[in-house]
Design a protein around this ligand. Structure first.
Ligand SMILES: Cc1cc2nc3c(=O)[nH]c(=O)nc-3n(C[C@H](O)[C@H](O)[C@H](O)COP(=O)(O)OP(=O)(O)OC[C@H]3O[C@@H](n4cnc5c(N)ncnc54)[C@H](O)[C@@H]3O)c2cc1C
Length: 255
């Protein structure tokens, strides 16, 4: 969706990038809050609670991660499914500091995830506000961005080989996803994987999703209850349906 047609307090239709449009009585914007307020609604329906947070990344920082996919020419049923191991200060920044541990997950238990005798491994490397801003800059130079992903992938493989010497030569880099990957695919604001990250000075928020000035459109999803996450996304979706049923005088659940 790239635009919203509004008359008075009523959303009339949603317009897609390819020119298609959709009409409904009610609209639930189940996507990134920044996209809804700033892009779809053009900043014309500001929300005090969200503005306060978006304008103060010190108190309300964002977080995300780098996901590295690696293939191993071997089986890993002798290792726990998830494993965190120390590494020698890898030059991959996390909150401005080098990485000191790697967290891996392997999928040996799922035979369909890799060819027979091979295993897929993922590494999740957390990223915080400083890195999110660096990725935003770096992605503007596609070659530098590609090289950085490659560098990170190679560092992870080297660290894996140092931890498990018998894996040397059997590890292949499959892919590196960065916060900008989540921005590109999911429109995630600054590539954040969840909502505002909790800090000692930040206040918690439970938002109803009501968009002041619009009668038939609400926001739903993880941003309503930072720091969000999958369970919150699901629960706020249910809450949005309950509120709509309440407004329409209908039971929200029928057997
Ligand atoms: C790598 C990674 C690992 C994670 N691991 C965990 C975990 O272990 N546990 C956990 O609880 N959470 C985890 N999360 C977070 C979890 O994925 C999110 O909390 C959850 O997906 C949020 O759901 P949502 O429906 O609010 O938003 P999203 O999942 O972001 O869904 C929004 C949808 O809206 C679409 N959209 C955006 N803009 C538009 C537009 N203009 N028009 C039309 N469609 C649009 C997007 O394409 C997307 O499909 C992880 C996230 C990532 C990236």
């Amino acid at each position: 969706m790239v635009d919203v047609e509004i008359e008075g307090k009523t959303v009339k239709r949603l317009i897609c990038q390819d020119g298609k449009s959709f009409q409904a009585d009610y609209y639930i914007a189940a996507c990134d809050a920044h996209v809804v307020y700033e892009k779809l609604l053009g900043g014309n329906y500001p929300d005090r609670e969200f503005q306060k947070r978006f304008n103060d990344p010190g108190k309300y920082p964002l977080a995300s991660n780098i996901y590295v996919g690696v293939g191993y020419a071997g089986t890993m049923d002798h290792l726990p499914r998830t494993l965190k191991f120390p590494v020698d200060k890898l030059p991959i920044h996390q909150n401005g500091k080098p990485t000191e541990h790697l967290q891996m997950t392997h999928y040996d238990y799922e035979p369909d995830f890799a060819p027979q005798g091979h295993t897929v491994i993922t590494f999740a490397i957390n990223q915080f506000q400083p890195e999110l801003e660096e990725w935003q800059e770096l992605v503007k130079d596609p070659e530098a961005y590609r090289q950085e992903k490659d560098r990170i992938g190679k560092l992870v493989i080297q660290a894996m080989e140092a931890r498990f010497p018998y894996m040397a030569g059997k590890l292949t880099l499959l892919d590196v996803a960065t916060p900008q990957t989540y921005q590109r695919y999911c429109n995630a604001y600054q590539g954040a994987f969840m909502g505002f990250w909790p800090t000692l000075s930040g206040k918690s928020m439970t938002h109803t999703g009501r968009i002041k000035g619009l009668d038939n459109m609400v926001l739903s999803g993880q941003w309503l209850q930072p720091p969000g996450g999958l369970p919150i996304a699901v629960i706020t979706g249910k809450d949005s349906i309950m509120r709509l049923c309440n407004k329409l005088g209908r039971p929200w659940y029928q057997t």
